[in-house]
Design a protein around this ligand. Structure first.
Ligand code: FAD
Length: 509
């Protein structure tokens, strides 16, 4: 008898209970397939990183004594679809059972459920043993409530898992959330920590990806490629983050800088999302630093909130709202993405930096994704589905379960406010407060009208103006709507005209 066990490219967890025992009756299957490279146009580094990590994982399994079938992208016998390859392997090895770990993406979950249901042999889906909350935990927690406020779920998770609590169950330090202390701009001191991530030469792998004819974009080059491809490397990166960056993470979490693209972020999302690291171990490690007094509580709480709160929460929103969530478009926005989303060639310095580094490194930190690129996209009324495909393709950590709620929900308010309590939009004032790009920008941050006025300004006021029916009642937008109401009609009209002019020439900005 042979049980065929499928390991997907984002299921590279060597500590999964599957691998506790070695059996000659089990065949692990990993495959590089066109179905996965082609569902969206991907950044070259994302394809390289996943395949390199899969190959390393397969080698480790073999070294531990497991039987492994590995299908390479450039092998002529590898078929484009997951299930066609499974059929071939089942026949070849006379499989008597099929098992797979619960996929995180709805697309793969549906495909494998359907496949398993049609098989003439027993088929089972097992837990991936990664997340702290079940797929349906967020839906059960919020039930029929109109708004699903992350903070409430986060507090519940803190209590349920006993994280950052005093012995009596109260939040450590007397507060649940230190976000208000995590909003400092960064002026160069303390310096950005050294980049201790590994450097790999993936020239041969890249050549085989290209030989297979896989389309991609972004920079594949070895000097820019700094992603961990196994658990040991990911643990090394966690160590480096905890030692050098965590103490400052909180302070500069929302900062934007033209001199530093990592700042004090952990860059662990790839390792977490392909399951080299578990969220529980990262949280435990960071909490221990805080309790030992080696990192301030505001940094520790701020970091843990991202993983225990946001990461688990967006996954729950995804499973509660799929299928269908991907079509959300409350504002009916439909403008195509300007060409510079693919080149970074825009005169807006903050956007140029955020998109430019995304093309170079397959990475931008949260505030660049939310308050620079996403902010512009929402103000300009870009098609949220096109934007979703762009985010899903460009970032090293982009998997639909986490990318989609962040893009459509948090960043574009396309779900009408299920996830975000207000649209994350701003004029140049916020970007200037949090960063240093305005000082060397073609556009003037303090001008609203005229050819050199920062596009964020007119687009911001016009966005609020044209959506007032929808948004004016939102208490978190009360202040800007009061400002808008006080604005002379002539200024409002001039802003609308400037906004129309900008929207007519987005490619030229
Ligand atoms: P850090 O700032 O060091 O944060 C630590 C960890 O917290 C991250 O590694 C991540 O696992 C988790 N985290 C932080 N914020 C979020 C969040 N909002 N949702 C879920 N997890 C979070 N994250 C992805 O993992 N994949 C995506 O495809 C993705 N797409 C995004 C798209 C948009 C429009 C926005 C606004 C955010 C997106 N995020 C995504 C969330 C966040 O920007 C990234 O997780 C983070 O920038 C990754 O870098 P880091 O590891 O240095 O994070």
């Amino acid at each position: 008898m042979t049980c065929l066990r499928l390991v997907l490219g984002d299921q590279l967890n060597p500590r999964h209970p599957w691998f506790d025992t070695v059996s000659p009756d089990v065949l692990y299957v990993l495959m590089e397939v066109r179905q996965e490279t082609d569902y969206v146009l991907h950044h070259a580094q994302k394809i390289i990183a996943i395949f390199a990590a899969m190959r390393r994982f397969a080698d480790r399994l073999r070294a531990a004594g497991h039987r492994v079938a590995y299908l390479r992208i450039d092998d002529p016998d590898t078929l484009p679809s997951l299930t066609a390859n499974l059929n071939q392997l089942m026949a070849l090895h006379g499989a008597t059972a099929f098992e797979y770990q619960a996929p995180d993406e709805w697309r793969l979950d549906a495909q494998l459920k359907d496949y398993a249901a049609r098989l003439p042999i027993p088929a089972h889906c097992v837990d991936s043993h990664h997340f702290l909350a079940a797929r349906d935990a967020v839906a059960s927690f919020f039930g029929t409530r109109k708004r699903w406020t992350m903070e409430l779920f986060y507090r519940y998770m803190r209590q349920r898992h006993g994280i950052l609590l005093e012995p009596d169950g109260a939040p450590l330090g007397g507060r649940w959330n230190f976000d208000a202390e995590n909003r400092k701009p960064w002026r160069g001191d303390p310096p950005e920590p050294p980049d201790l991530r590994p450097i790999h030469d993936h020239t041969a792998l890249w050549a085989s990806i290209q030989a297979a004819g896989v389309a991609s974009f972004g920079n594949p080059s070895a000097d820019a490629f700094r992603w961990p491809i196994d658990r040991e490397e990911a643990l090394g990166q966690l160590d480096a983050f905890v030692e050098h960056a965590l103490p400052h993470f909180g302070d500069y979490q929302d900062a934007l800088s033209s001199r530093a693209h990592r700042l004090f972020h952990s860059l662990l999302s790839f390792a977490l999302n392909v399951k080299m690291l578990s969220p529980a171990e990262v949280i435990a490690r960071v909490e221990a630093e805080g309790r030992a007094g080696r990192a301030p509580l505001a940094a520790v709480e701020g970091y843990i909130r991202q993983i225990l709160g946001w990461r688990e929460y967006v996954r729950g929103v995804y499973w509660a709202r799929m299928p269908g969530y991907d079509a959300s478009n409350t504002f009916a926005h439909d403008r195509p993405l300007p060409d510079w989303f693919w080149t970074g060639q825009t005169r807006m310095a903050c956007v140029r930096a955020a998109i430019g580094q995304s093309l170079t490194h397959a990475y931008a930190h949260h505030i660049q994704r939310l308050m620079v690129i996403g902010n512009f996209a929402l103000l300009a009324g870009l098609d949220p589905q096109a934007l979703h495909r762009w985010y899903l393709g460009i970032y090293i950590d982009a998997f639909e379960w986490v990318e989609l709620p962040n893009t459509l929900g948090m960043s574009q308010f396309a779900d009408g406010g299920l996830l975000a309590t207000k649209p994350y939009v701003s004029s140049a004032a916020y970007l200037h407060r949090m960063g240093d790009h305005c000082g060397h920008c073609h556009y003037r941050r303090d001008a609203h009208i005229g050819p050199r006025a920062c596009p964020f300004n007119a687009l911001y006021w016009n966005f609020l103006d044209r959506n007032s029916k929808h948004l004016a009642g939102n208490p978190r937008l009360a202040m800007p709507y009061r400002q808008l109401a006080r604005m002379p009609a002539a200024k409002r009209e001039a802003l609308a005209a400037r906004s129309a002019e900008l929207l007519a020439q987005l490619d030229q900005l």
